[in-house]
Design a protein around this ligand. Structure first.
Ligand code: H2U
Ligand code: ZN
Length: 342
């Protein structure tokens, strides 16, 4: 389709405007080195490095793989009274929750794709522990990583966050509604039907292994947005077997290396997991998945801004999902730092 068109996002129920005529060819990427290529493996002034003091004067232990602590500047608190308004214009409810920070490794300089597979397995196991722990107390557990200065990440030390809240936030609420509706109509989970169609088409598939698939979703909003889905119809990270965890580490390493290779720079993004909510409902229609939302468009410094039409009307993109998938398929899955000397 070469004409401007809108694609429907099955997961959110929102539309995205695609303008393919604005860039006909897939972009090959320019070689630009990021400013931060040389960072030390330990930084005495980093509040996430082992043994260092944090802003609240607490000291991190000499941790050797992952390390989780409660955010010293948490946006949420576990112990607050339940209050809400019944005003039909000024509506609010109090929210209980917890915010934790998760250091991926003691190394200040190693991002996920540069870590060894066993280190990535430790990160996945920590995500699972956190999901189980917080899921026993809260309805929604949001595991995410905000990577890169351009995404507002305050510290290069590889880390993610986990926030848990007692009500479903907007995005999962939309995904729940869409998945429920689809299941009611077609008697099959939305994301398993969608995954199977994409596997036949192959147009938007970036990577596959025994248990996982990375694709640029048909309705992608961000230039190199991807969706990571399991081949298995599982609802939660905590459902994964040892083999599925190892295979997840494998695909994450390959996928994130590809991302870095597009512009030869540590690719900024926000990524996060959408597990089924943690309450007593039957979530047979829900499929575990992860979203990757990277903002870069044409180089290490030129990003897509979601402003103007996007803020006031709807999301818009130039390169199509198929072109983005082709670019991602073509770049090597061996991290560029391993192939460029120095
Ligand atoms: P981001 O840079 O990805 O936003 O995350 C870093 C988090 O670490 C941030 O939420 C917290 C900030 O509140 N933090 C601490 O908990 N303790 C500190 O000493 C500094 C930063
Ligand atoms: Zn550090």
């Amino acid at each position: 389709m070469d004409y401007p068109h809108r694609r429907y996002n099955q997961l959110t129920g929102e539309w995205v405007l695609v303008s393919p005529h604005r860039t006909k060819r897939p972009w090959q990427g320019r070689e630009e080195r990021s400013r931060n290529d040389k960072i030390p493996s330990y930084d005495p002034s980093c509040y996430l490095c082992p043994g260092n003091e944090r802003a609240n004067k607490e000291r991190n232990p000499q941790y050797t793989n992952t390390y989780v602590f409660t955010n010293d500047f948490a946006a949420l608190f576990p112990d607050i009274p339940k209050e809400s308004s019944d005003d039909h214009l000024f509506t609010f409810e109090t929210v209980k929750g917890i915010c934790r920070v998760l250091c991926f490794s003691p190394r200040h300089d190693l991002t996920l794709p540069e870590m060894e597979l066993h280190g990535i397995v430790e990160v996945i196991k920590t995500w699972i522990e956190q999901y189980i722990d917080l899921g026993s107390m809260y309805r929604w557990v949001q595991i995410f990583e905000n990577k890169g200065e351009i995404m507002g990440c305050s510290n290069p030390h590889p880390h993610g966050q986990v926030w848990a809240v007692d009500e479903l936030p907007n995005e999962p609420q939309k995904e729940k509604r869409q998945q429920v509706e689809y299941y009611r109509k077609f008697k099959s989970p939305l994301l398993s039907d969608y995954r199977d169609r994409e596997l036949v088409k192959q147009e938007r598939i970036v990577l596959e292994n025994d248990h996982w698939i990375v694709m640029v979703p048909y309705w992608a909003m961000w230039p190199f947005e991807t969706l990571l889905v399991p081949r298995m119809n599982v609802q939660r990270l905590s459902d994964l077997s040892e083999g599925e965890i190892h295979s997840l580490a494998d695909i994450l390493k390959r996928h994130l290396s590809k991302y870095d290779n597009v512009f030869k720079v540590s690719f900024p993004y926000t990524m996060g997991w959408h597990n089924a909510p943690c309450d007593d409902e039957d979530y047979g229609y829900w499929i575990l998945h992860a979203h990757f939302y990277p903002p870069l468009l044409r180089s290490a410094t030129i990003k897509k801004f979601m402003v103007g039409y996007e803020m006031l009307a709807e999301s818009q993109r130039d390169i199509t999902a198929e072109q983005a998938a082709e670019t991602l398929r073509k770049v090597s899955e061996i991290h560029y730092k391993l192939t460029i000397p120095g």
